[in-house]
Design a binder for this molecule. Structure first.
Ligand SMILES: *Cc1c(COP(=O)(O)O)cnc(C)c1O
Length: 387
């Protein structure tokens, strides 16, 4: 089998070598395997590891360690925030607001709220993919309890104006949840200054392991949420269960590394994006779905006359995503791209190239050449109306 050329960092990232090296020491009998809730020496060792990690993650968010709830990842954090906030506040009102361009973990949680009788307003993006503050202001009602808007879009890299959205919400006494799975450790975040009430993050998008994430909960008066799980009372009962100290420690280290290399990473990604865009500039019939002002690690392009799944096969051994990885299992055109005004064929022909810390110029050049050749081949088989 040919070695994969990995350009799917928006889906998940390989684990940083420093974390791979540290993990055995945390997992084994002489490490921090114990239950951090146990009061014996071994438990206290694990608890100390968790405390360090909480400080590392909190310092990247601008919050207190005690405002973090550990979860299994951003999917769980999104569900806990959205279902937990809406259900807790249902006595005050049942109107909630989000966008159709959110991650499935958010849109499907809102679909569940609809089934429970909540009234959901789905705000369409402006042509640039962003939410206009005017549209948000108009959508907020006296009975609105929760707004959920992501920071960086996982398919296109569109960056929302979270500080602006947050102050709109705070002015009206509405809770704001932000899915920051794609931006945590990659763009500056300051939950206290913005000000955000709930924010979801995950380790495996920042070179940490899969299966560990967190939800920031401001805890200010009126921001309480209901738990999804019931059990041992850990984490204030908000998310009970034995804490996976080794995974939490790995998340903490990943966050510390990300904070340390955030500016370097951003410069690297910006340079790679320019190189890739320059290399595909003269290919006819391409639609660019990622704005210049977007996160530089994601380049989404589509050709309306070529099917994304066929393109994925023709691109091998390149590992990229067609539309969204979450949608591709179902072979539906991406709802995110449809909401941006692409027709079914354009959305179906979309490819997301996403770059990371380890991506090299050679890989960029290989991807561009491969993309050009694959498009040419498929267009030859089924001549369309490109250009
Ligand atoms: C990856 C991702 C998720 C899901 O995170 P998991 O940790 O895999 O559950 C949610 N939202 C966004 C925007 C993502 O990119």
């Amino acid at each position: 089998m040919t070695a994969p050329v990995y350009l799917d960092y928006a889906a998940t990232t390989p684990v940083d070598a420093r974390i791979v090296d540290a993990l055995p020491g945390w997992l084994a009998a002489d490490g921090a395997f114990a239950n951090p809730s146990s009061t014996h020496i071994a438990g206290r060792q694990a608890a100390a590891l968790v405390a360090t990690a909480a400080e590392q993650v909190a310092s990247v968010l601008g919050c207190e360690p005690g405002q973090l709830v550990w979860t299994s990842g951003a999917t769980e954090s999104d569900n806990l925030a959205i279902l937990g906030a809406a259900r807790y506040r249902a006595v005050r009102g049942r109107h909630v607001v989000t966008m159709p361009t959110e991650h499935k973990a958010v849109t499907d949680a809102f679909r569940q709220l609809e089934r429970e009788g909540f009234d959901v307003t789905w705000l369409a993006p402006s042509p640039d993919g962003r939410l206009s503050l005017e549209a948000l202001r108009q959508a907020l009602r006296d009975d609105t309890q929760l707004v959920s808007i992501m920071h960086v879009n996982n398919e296109t890299g569109v960056v929302q104006d979270i500080p602006g959205i947050a102050s709109c919400c705070r002015d009206r006494g509405v809770l704001l949840h932000v899915d920051a799975a794609q931006s945590f450790g990659k763009l500056p975040i300051d939950v206290a200054a913005w000000p955000v009430d709930l924010l979801s993050i995950t380790a495996h998008k920042i070179y940490g392991p899969k299966g560990i994430g967190a939800l920031y909960v401001s805890g200010r008066p009126g921001s309480h949420i209901a738990p999804l799980f019931h059990g041992g009372g850990q984490q204030g009962g908000l998310r009970p269960g034995t804490l996976p100290a080794p995974l939490i420690a790995a998340f903490g280290l990943a966050a510390a590394i990300a904070a340390d290399s955030m500016h370097r990473d951003h410069d690297h990604l910006s340079r790679l994006r320019k190189r890739f865009r320059d290399a595909i500039r003269d290919i006819p019939g391409l639609r660019h779905n990622s704005p210049d002002a977007g996160f530089p690690g994601i380049v989404n392009v589509s050709a309306g006359d070529v099917d994304g799944e066929s393109l994925m096969l023709a691109l091998e051994p390149l590992c990229v995503a067609s539309g969204s990885a979450c949608n591709s299992a179902r072979h539906e055109p991406s709802g995110v791209l449809r909401a941006l005004g692409l027709d079914d064929a354009e959305a179906q022909g979309a490819i997301r190239f996403s770059f990371g810390r380890q991506t090299t110029d050679r890989e960029i050049d290989f991807a561009a050449a491969r993309y050009r050749a694959a498009l040419a081949k498929l267009r030859e088989i089924a001549p369309g109306d490109a250009a």
